[in-house]
Design a protein around this ligand. Structure first.
Ligand code: BES
Ligand code: MN
Length: 458
């Protein structure tokens, strides 16, 4: 408790030091270390901590407080993305380093920093009032960065343990240290893998070329057929369920303190390519996508090689917006792909899981759920107040382009809506080399959350 109170940055350094890469089994010790670290912090805060076994990395469920007190659930993930490519890091990814007001390290922003913010804020509040009448259930998983494959099953079995009026999440972004955001939506996600098979082995392209359909050629044509020239997805029915954003959402977004040209410069991109009718910053939040994450096959080495490859592959993900469903879109894209190849090659399309999109309209906004729980309404206005106190400006209410598939599952299965406060920014390099967490945001957010927890209890 004392480290969380006195030196939360050190606590974050210690947390980052465990290389908890969930995608790679050679990091199993690091994943276990991060989990034990999180459990130890919660124990010090007076939580009773339990581990729920899953086929991969156990889920932490911890509770404090009386069942009669107002209750919330706090979500986080102790796993991180792989650190590769290692040579592009300025300092080592798992030896957190403080430089120019930031703490650099894999997971510093996504999601260990925001978790330390919650814990440090709570530690301060509990130091002043050990009996703070707020029931808190912590839910920290270790498989978020690999799509939470065990989460649905956990929910079905253990949903009764997640009693509370809402879910508090800090695993989303904000425009910058002077402008925080309450996240009002997350895109859904569906992943597909396409494999194309031609001859039984690579062939001499002179001896056999001309007689066969090259799997790479077939794949390139099929992939290209999934968008039109303006970038709209051509998969039949893809946009059927898409809801247009509300006017207030577009207006709120227009208050973003970032210009299109600054955004282009930040990305180092030669130009934008949003779908017709949307600005780039709108497209991220309001439009679905079909993205090629990797296409490959054939010779990739130095020089040339005259070969007809035996196989080719593509990895595709779609980001989804309300009211698209992952299952429906997976089926539609599968069908479009299956019919995009001639019978001269054999094609396999596999769906690799995903999650549905999520929207929470803050109380008071058009279309908001009037039956939402009283503590939830209080939480939104309290969050706005605490952010204004600590950061000097009121938060914007913005949807985000990223995905946290379990947020929708928690709504469907447990009935919990989410209050999402974004603590990382574009400059934090999520999933990329030199990931970092802004320490000014960290310090101000600890103040804001201390007031938030105290206010919720009172
Ligand atoms: N924290 C992110 C999600 C996020 C990023 C939300 C930016 C809002 C803005 C999360 O850890 C993440 O990276 N999710 C993955 C999900 C996937 C691995 C199933 C994503 O969005 O790609
Ligand atoms: Mn992530």
């Amino acid at each position: 408790m004392s480290m969380l109170v006195d030196n939360p940055i050190q606590a974050l350094k210690d947390y980052v030091a465990y290389p908890s890469v969930s995608a790679d089994s050679s990091f199993a010790n690091g994943v276990a270390g991060a989990r034990e670290f999180a459990c130890a912090q919660l124990q010090e805060l007076g939580f009773s901590v339990d581990l729920v076994d899953t086929p991969i990395h156990p889920i932490i469920v911890a509770t404090r407080g009386e069942p009669s007190w107002p209750g919330i659930v706090i979500y986080g993930h102790y796993d991180v993305q792989p650190p590769d490519p290692l040579n592009l890091w300025t300092s080592k990814p798992f030896e957190a380093q403080e430089r120019n007001g930031r703490l650099y390290g894999r997971g510093a922003a996504d999601n260990k920093g925001p978790q330390i913010v919650h814990m440090a804020a709570l530690a301060r509040a509990l130091k002043k009032n050990p009996n703070l009448p707020l029931r808190i259930t912590y839910l920290i998983e270790g498989e978020e960065e690999i799509g939470s494959p065990s989460f649905r099953q956990f929910l079905e079995k253990d949903k009764h343990r997640l009693q509370g009026d809402f879910l508090l999440v800090s695993d989303t972004g904000s425009p910058g240290p002077n402008q925080l955001a309450v996240t009002t939506g997350l895109r859904g996600l569906v992943a597909l893998e396409v494999k194309v098979y031609g001859p039984k082995q690579d062939l001499h392209s002179g001896v056999h070329g001309g007689a066969l359909l090259n799997p790479l050629q077939a794949l390139a044509r099929a992939c290209a057929s999934l968008h039109d020239e303006q970038g709209r997805v051509t998969v039949p029915g893809f946009y059927d369920a898409v809801q247009a954003p509300q006017d207030w959402e577009r207006e709120e977004l227009s208050k973003l303190p970032i210009t299109e040209s600054a955004y282009a410069e930040f990305l180092g991109a030669p130009g934008f390519f949003p779908p017709p009718g949307y600005s780039p910053l709108e497209a991220i939040r309001f439009c679905p996508t079909l993205e090629f994450n990797g296409i490959g096959g054939g010779y990739q080495g130095e020089g040339s090689k005259t070969v007809i490859p035996a196989e080719a592959f593509a990895k595709i993900t779609c980001r989804l917006v309300p009211d698209q469903s992952a299952e429906d879109i997976a089926g539609k894209v599968q069908k479009a792909l299956q019919s995009a190849f001639p019978s001269a090659v054999r094609v396999e399309v596999e769906t690799k899981g995903g999650g549905d999109p999520y929207v929470i309209l803050p109380p008071g906004k058009p279309g908001a759920d009037s039956g939402s729980k009283p503590l939830m309404e209080k939480a939104f206005s309290l969050a706005e107040h605490c952010i204004e106190q600590s950061f000097g400006t009121r938060p914007l209410y913005l949807r985000e382009g990223g995905s946290i598939p379990i947020i929708r599952d928690l709504k469907e299965v447990v009935g919990l809506d989410s209050l999402m406060l974004g603590l990382f920014t574009n400059e934090d390099n999520l999933h990329a080399p030199d990931e970092s967490f802004n320490l000014e945001i960290m310090n101000k957010a600890i103040d804001a959350f201390e007031q938030f927890f105290v206010g919720l209890a009172g």
